[in-house]
Design a protein around this ligand. Sequence first.
Ligand SMILES: O=P(O)(O)O[C@@H]1C[C@H](O)[C@@H](CO)O1
Ligand code: GUN
Length: 274
Amino acid sequence: MRLYTEMKETVVRRLTTFPKVAMILGSGLGYLTEQFEEPLAIDYREIPGFPTATVEGHSGRLVFGTFQGLPVVAMEGRFHFYEGHRIEDVSSPIYLFKELGVSNLLITNASGGINRSFSPGDIVAVTDIINFGFRNPLRGENDRRYGPRFPDMSEIIDFAWLKVLKSRLEKAKIDLKEGTYCWTLGPSYETPAEIRAFEFFGADLVGMSTVPEVIAARHCGIKLLVLSCVTNMASGILKEKLTHADVVKTANRIRPKFTAVVQHAVESIKETEQ
Ligand SMILES: O=P(O)(O)O[C@@H]1C[C@H](O)[C@@H](CO)O1
Ligand SMILES: Nc1nc2[nH]cnc2c(=O)[nH]1
């Protein structure tokens, strides 16, 4: 995968410290990088072979810095299959992170709540996924330097990391729910009949991202945590129509809570290593 080493070389020329933790910031959640100390932003367009972000609420920069005392990198804006990217491009940032020596990846997203005990504004730790996009970023020749041809998917996240996070959040009295995230291709939102079908199949959340990134992270062995912000109830559950503007608005509304949860998630990494 010459492409990833080329990407790495371009990025590394600008870095003084290599990141340990990577974050992918979902729709409307890019504000988190404001918390980084000594930030250094690299536009996606400067990185050879890196796709460009086209969605509102995804600004298209890699931001390096220090967060909670750890060297980090965040994607302000991710790549979705519905934007027209190839499926292997959607997951390419994960392999760049691997090349940079990242050990822990925190994926975030905005999603529609299917589980009726969820409400808009809730934060949910994703503990399993359903690939209803029916695309796999590992299709094609396997590069064994990154991982096996047939990666195990029986535990998608690092449950030890989640355990520490849950105990910290319990002490801080911050609510964290858990659930299964179902990927649809988008960009149209779902019909009520589709949501009823996904509910039947065990989905708690629905969204248009994350699953290709999770598969790539499992493939190359990066420790993973996935946090979803429920920005709306999924189609048909409430009477309201769904708009991306409302998705971004809800993501913004929970800024303080979301920031606190991510702070605790990064702090938790230190504890899992003790
Ligand atoms: O990138 P994420 O998954 O956070 O964004 C969600 C899915 C679509 O891109 C968009 C729809 O409103 O929000
Ligand atoms: N597919 C999908 N993605 C979302 N992202 C935020 N809300 C939703 C939703 O209801 N459906």
